[in-house]
Design a protein around this ligand. Sequence first.
Ligand SMILES: [Ca+2]
Ligand SMILES: [Ca+2]
Length: 208
Amino acid sequence: MSAMIRSCVGTMVACYVLSATATMAAAYVDVTGSGIASASSDQYGDVAAHAFDDDLGTRWRSYGDLDQPSFWLKYDLGAGNERAIARYSLTTTYFVNYQPIDWELQGSNDDQAWTPLHTVTDAPTATSTRTEYSYANDTAYRYYRVFVTETGDLPNYAVSFGEVELLVPAPPEGAAVPTLGEWGALCLVLALALVAASRVRLVRTVSA
Ligand SMILES: [Ca+2]
Ligand SMILES: [Ca+2]
C-alpha cells in the first residue's frame, strides 16, 4: 500500500512540475530560425545568419565602408510564413564602437518596398545587452529588416548585432499547448491508472 501511495504522490508531483512549467512559459517566442538571413555587408566571417543562431558567442558585423552610411540586416520568414511582428529584440555585442544608435525596423512583402514599423533615434549604447522593443502592427510581412543609419563608430563605420529576435505572443498560433485544466485531467487519469496497476500487483502478490 505504501508503494502505491508513493507512486501516486510521485505522479502528482511530476504533474505539478509539468503544469508549473507550462504556466511559466515565455510570454513571447521568437519566430526566426527556419528563414533566411542576409545583410548589406559582413566582415571577418561575422555573417548575417549569426544574428539569428541563438548563440551570443557569434554575431553579425557590417563591413566598414565610408561610402555606405547605412547598413541593414534582413530576415526572410519564407513564403507562407508571413507574421504580424509587433515586438522584437536586439542584442548588442562587445564591440564598443559598433553599437546601433539610430535605426528603423521595416517590413516588406516583396523585398522591394519597405514600410517603417518602428524608429529609434539616439539610443543609449550598451555592449552585450538585450533590449526588447514593441510597437503597434497588425500587418503580416514576410521580410523584416533592421535599417541602421547611425552607429557609435563615427562616421557610420560599422554596426554589429549578437542576436535579433522577431517576437510573437506565446503560444504560437496553431500550437496545441495543454491548458492547466487539461493538465489536471491528465494527472487524474495517470494517478487512477497507477492506483489500478498497484491493486493488480497487490492482488497477485496476495494470491501468490
Ligand atoms: Ca533566435
Ligand atoms: Ca549570434
